[in-house]
Structure formats: structure tokens, C-alpha cells
Design a protein around this ligand. Structure first.
Ligand code: C5P
Length: 244
């Protein structure tokens, strides 16, 4: 199956402390380059909803990564507000439970304006910074990390979500237990030879592709590169390379 315009783009995690730094970063890209960007908590809490509008007006696709995790009623109300921003994708923590995820879906549907599409809703399973050892020790989950992730993915599917955030290592099993078109968006991506930073489960773009990821999220390997646009192009090329 071919990729659509969004899937072919690595999602750039815009983890910047303020709009000025973000603007400086975007200035390194050609003005007509349409990007798929991830707005995370750092920039969102600093700049508020204006930053979403700013990036939307530039024509970029937007994944609003706020990882909601609260009681169902609160999450529903927040999703109703976020839906009005007209983003392409947003998310919750699967650990919030099936009822919370259902409420999130309802909030998004209710809040989406008439002429807009309902944003895709995905759930964070286990963060890619969590190792199996720490999951067992700190969360007292006794099954394997993969089983925990697949369980969260199945809950997300039951609640009517479109997909999950997971490691590329888990994609095959998740799709087998949910559906082939259940979105698997995978962070923890590093080109060959680069530092893993605080991520535990890292993979290259081509490996993620082979493993069936639908979207890859790349932050520091692009945002902290000496030449961000070149780094982005290399990653995009590797991500889209057809297998021989
Ligand atoms: O810099 P790096 O490529 O590690 O950034 C990864 C991005 O993906 C960060 O913005 C992080 O918040 C996000 N993320 C993640 N693991 C998840 C969910 C989101 O690393 N499970």
C-alpha cells in the first residue's frame, strides 16, 4: 500500500523552549517545504494555542502531543477544546483506561468544527524511554514490556482510537492483535551511529520501515543537527526507500 502525503514525512518533534527558537529552526528549511511537525508539551505550555495556529498557517501538518491522562470527564472537555484547533492528530495515555479513551474520542467528535476532519487520536502505550526492567520494578507490571504495550494497544482499539505511539519493535505484534490499519507511530528513531540520548529502545528509519511503522517521530537527530534540513532530508530518504 502506498503512503500518503503525511506518512511519507518523518514527524519532526519541535521540542523547543519558545517560539523564537522554533522560528530560527524552521528558517533552516525552504519556505515551501510542507512538514509534519509534533508540538509537544514544552512549546505548548510556553506559547499556548497560538503556536498551533502559527504552524497551521505555515501549512504544516500537526500532531499535538499533549499526552492527556486524567478522569474521563476532564479529558473529554479538553479534547473538545483541542479539536477546535484543527490539528491532524493528537493523543492520550492508554494508562488512563478504556473509559478515558472513549471519552477522549467523544470530546474530539463533539469539538471538531463542521468544515474540518476529526483529528486522528492515538494512545501512548509504554514510553520508549522505559526499559522492561524499570517497567517491572516501578510499575509492578509482571508481563513483558511487549505484552504490556500490546495490551494497551488492544484497549485503545476497543475504545475506538485510531492507533498508538509505540516502539517500532512492537508494531508487528500490535497490528496482528488489532488491525493492519491501526496506526503505529514510532519515536525513538536515530540514524545509524547517533546517540540514543535518554531513549532506551532506538531504531533507524529504515529498520522502522521494515518493521511496519506508519509514522516515525524524530526530534534531536534533526533539531540538534548542525544542518537540520540536510539531516531531515537524509532521514526522509531513508524512511521512504523502497526495499529491494
Ligand atoms: O529527540 P527524540 O527523537 O528522542 O524525541 C522523541 C520525541 O517523541 C519527544 O518529543 C518525545 O516526547 C516523544 N515521545 C517519545 N516516546 C513516546 C512518546 C513520545 O519519545 N512513547
Amino acid at each position: 500500500m502506498g503512503r500518503d502525503a503525511r506518512e511519507s514525512r518523518p514527524v519532526i518533534a519541535l521540542d523547543f523552549p519558545n517560539k523564537m527558537k522554533l522560528v530560527n529552526f524552521l528558517a533552516k528549511f525552504p519556505v515551501d517545504e510542507r512538514l509534519f511537525v509534533k508540538i509537544g508539551m514544552e512549546i505548548f505550555y510556553q506559547e499556548g494555542t497560538d503556536i498551533v495556529k502559527f504552524l497551521k498557517d505555515l501549512g504544516h501538518f500537526i500532531f499535538l502531543d499533549l499526552k492527556l491522562h486524567d478522569i474521563p470527564n476532564t479529558v473529554k472537555s479538553v479534547m473538545r477544546c483541542l479539536a477546535k484547533l484543527g490539528v491532524n492528530m493528537t493523543n492520550v495515555h492508554a494508562a488512563g483506561g478504556i473509559k478515558m479513551m472513549e471519552a477522549a474520542c467523544h470530546g474530539l467528535i463533539e469539538g471538531t468544527l463542521k468544515d474540518q476532519k476529526i483529528p486522528k487520536l492515538i494512545a501512548v502505550t509504554q514510553l520508549t524511554s522505559i526499559s522492561e526492567k524499570s517497567m517491572k520494578k516501578e510499575q509492578l507490571i509482571s508481563v513483558s514490556l511487549k505484552e504490556s504495550v500490546v495490551n494497551y494497544a488492544q484497549n485503545a482499539k476497543k475504545a475506538g482510537l485510531d492507533g498508538v505511539v509505540c516502539s517500532a519493535l512492537e508494531v508487528e505484534k500490535i497490528k496482528a492483535k488489532t488491525a493492519a490499519d491501526f496506526i503505529c507511530l514510532t519515536p525513538g528513531i536515530r540514524p545509524m551511529g547517533e546517540s540514543a540520548n535518554d531513549q532506551q529502545r532506538v531504531l533507524t528509519p529504515s529498520k522502522a520501515r521494515k518493521l511496519g511503522s506508519d509514522y516515525i517521530v524524530v526530534g534531536r537527530a534533526i533539531t540538534q543537527a548542525k544542518k537540520p534540513y540536510q539531516a531531515y532530508q537524509r532521514i526522509k530518504e531513508e524512511w521512504n526507500k523502497k526495499e529491494r
